[in-house]
Write a protein that binds this ligand. Sequence first.
Ligand code: 13P
Ligand code: SF4
Length: 301
Amino acid sequence: WATFLDDIRAIEELKRQRNAIILAHNYQTPEIFHCVADIRGDSLALAREAQEASADVIVMAGVHFMAETAKMLNPDSTVLIPDMRAGCSLADSITAADVRLLRERHPGVPVVTYVNTSAEVKAESDICCTSGNAKRVVESLGTDRVIMIPDEFLARNIEAETGIQMITWPGHCEVHERFTPQEITRMREDNPGVVVLAHPECPPEVVAVSDFSGSTAMMSDYVQAHDGGKVLLVTECSMSDNLALLHPKIDFVRPCNMCPHMKRITLSGLRHALETMTHEVTIDPALAARGRRAVERMLAI
Ligand code: 13P
Ligand code: SF4
């Protein structure tokens, strides 16, 4: 406890000294999410808040692509990530050359890229999306076919919702791909009346046996509006931990799967990042400008 409190006090003091803010994704552990974060949310909210931020320093309590997106949208701020190894299996699944090849194979078909990608991949895209706005983004294009990369399951789930044909890429989230429909059905039997909310990075068969599918912010909103009963969040473990502290009347049914990348961010790591101003996330300005177009086009919808 002493170290824990010492880190929290030091982080608060360093934030003041550096004119810094901490942006925390919903998958951060409760001591980060509830004790030191200034802004909390899903990928979409963090991108919007990064764009608006007037702080000199933005510390990303999240994964590398989120820090890159923040830097793209707020190039004058110093953007830090406590651990450069905080990656993402989706971002690692595709390169800029892969996107160019897809365009060659499907000329004229728009490329919608999930924000869980590198700056290089965003720079090759027409528009970005998050799990919170994917349906709206795809529908805004007015085409009957879309190249939707790199999350195959997100693309298939949006295809089912919109009827728009998706050209996909075999990228998966290593956390959500592990859920199975059998697991969900078993938990329903063990927990009569449970409401099942699945993240759209889950396989379509999992979404099919759930009551609702949406981003982490949409899950929070649902829980906020229904203060009681049993809820199963088919997503990363910290999501339920964070919401359980805010909603003691809700019985959160586990299990969950852990994201090893999100868990590289720790309280002591955040303190060290602010003490040493490491690790700074930088992007070549010309590349950043190309990627920003796709992200800003998304934010304008
Ligand atoms: P959202 O918070 O945007 O729903 O995304 C989930 C995720 O896996 C981010 O890495
Ligand atoms: Fe990437 Fe999945 Fe971890 Fe999100 S939960 S950062 S999509 S590996």
